[in-house]
Design a protein around this ligand. Structure first.
Ligand code: AMP
Length: 396
């Protein structure tokens, strides 16, 4: 069975075509700059790469071009687009309604629309991707996989904010959490690697990419996570500030900033970028640190310190931990950041093997010493595979 995985953003559509259940990737690609000048599709299959620069006005056209690229010309990997029997969509916000992936029907679409005010940058383009896929592949089943779903198990004591209760009742203001597909995937894989039942492990999973979140996993479930109502809360990220005193917002308002400016500041101009004044990209910052840039060093140190703090909190929440897992672009690649986070955690039973840390880059592996009572692992995430897996399971 061929399953197409779609991750539609505001001006891009990422895709991967799988042969399931073998999980062979037949092709992967991305359409970028939809509705802008210079729109382009690039696709990789086997060792071949194809790039098509052409006007792509909207997501429907983008989806058309993806299907044409998959089924015709030199880039062809399937004979007929109707061979695609199912499409799995990444959807960011599923509110309180979805605790797992679902086959999309009119009610699911209405819910994704309803939660758009909680994820205005993500749910509308996700929905556009679903509609474009439905129009182009009317016979294929469509499945939604929510970033929030894995966190549906977080108990009320952890998901409530200390605001008046009616704010939750009226507006559903609470912690939802994100990156759930990734946390779920690496946590399950960690249990396999540890040779334990998923229901019997206590894990802290650290998804560190441009967006970052930390999750506490117990009894096979997420029991707390650092992102909240939106992906702004938690650790410091590439351009997002993470946790701040909410009174800072009122203070800045009194100083003359308007709410939109503060929103932009917190989401787009803070974090690694805001502190370093240089870049939101960890690679650039680590180079700058090597060249003696003090602001870059502060940014990397703050980033690592805040992650360490969350690990300590979740150690307490879980009452001990079997393994800490690093994943995402920074988690999988950035040895100096992992070292900063894991140094001086011996009282918690964490001892990093610096040689293993240095050699474990973009691959699975253990980076703690044999006598470390808490294991530390790198587990590369694979959200696309997780979506393909759920889509296959729900539609075969
Ligand atoms: P993601 O959002 O998961 O793609 O992760 C993006 C982040 O990973 C960026 O901050 C990158 O700088 C970082 N990253 C990717 N490769 C490396 C690397 N080799 N060393 C350090 N950071 C990296």
């Amino acid at each position: 069975m061929k399953v197409l995985v779609i991750n539609a953003g505001s001006s891009s559509i990422k895709y991967q075509l799988y042969q399931m259940p073998e999980a062979n990737v037949l092709a992967k690609g991305v359409v970028e700059r939809i509705g802008e000048a210079g729109s382009v599709l690039s696709q990789k299959s086997d060792s071949k790469e194809h790039v098509f620069e052409t006007e792509i006005k909207n997501h429907k056209q983008g989806m058309n071009l993806i299907l044409e690229t998959l089924a015709t010309g030199e880039s062809k990997v399937i004979d007929d687009i109707q061979d695609i029997q199912a499409v799995g969509h990444r959807v960011v916000h599923g509110g309180e309604e979805f605790s797992g992936s679902v086959v999309i029907d009119d009610d699911v679409i209405a819910s994704i629309e309803k939660f758009a005010d909680l994820a205005p940058l993500h749910n509308p383009p996700n929905l556009t991707g679903i509609k474009a896929a439905q129009e182009n592949l009317p016979n294929a089943k469509q499945v939604a996989c929510f970033d929030t779903a894995f966190h549906a198990s977080i108990p009320k004591v952890a998901y409530m904010y200390g605001l008046p209760y009616d704010i939750y009742e009226k507006y559903r203001v609470r912690r939802y959490g994100f990156h759930g597909t990734s946390h779920n995937y690496v946590a399950r894989r960690a249990a396999e690697v540890l040779g334990k039942d998923f229901k019997d492990v206590k894990l802290i999973t650290c998804h560190l990419g441009n967006g970052c979140s930390i999750t506490a996993v117990k009894d096979g479930k997420s029991i707390d996570t650092s992102m909240g109502l939106t992906p702004l809360e938690g650790v410091m990220m590439g351009t997002r500030c993470g946790d701040i005193d909410p009174a800072i917002i009122f203070y800045l308002k009194d100083k003359g900033y308007d709410v939109d400016e503060i929103n932009k500041m917190c989401n787009k101009q803070s974090g690694l970028l805001g502190i370093s004044g240089k870049s939101n990209d960890m690679r650039n910052l680590l180079e700058a640190v090597d060249e003696g840039d003090k602001q870059a060093e502060l940014a990397v140190d703050m980033f690592s310190y805040r992650i360490k703090k969350y690990i300590g909190m979740y150690f307490a929440v879980l009452n001990g931990v079997d393994a800490i897992i690093f994943t995402g672009g920074i988690g999988e690649n950035s040895t100096p950041v992992r070292e900063r986070i894991c140094t001086d955690l011996s009282a918690m039973g964490v001892k990093m093997d610096t040689a293993l840390n240095d050699e474990t880059v973009r691959k699975e592996g253990k980076i703690s010493t044999e006598d470390s009572s808490v294991n530390v692992y790198i587990i590369p995430t694979d959200e696309e595979y997780a979506i393909a897996h759920d889509t296959f399971e729900l539609t075969q």
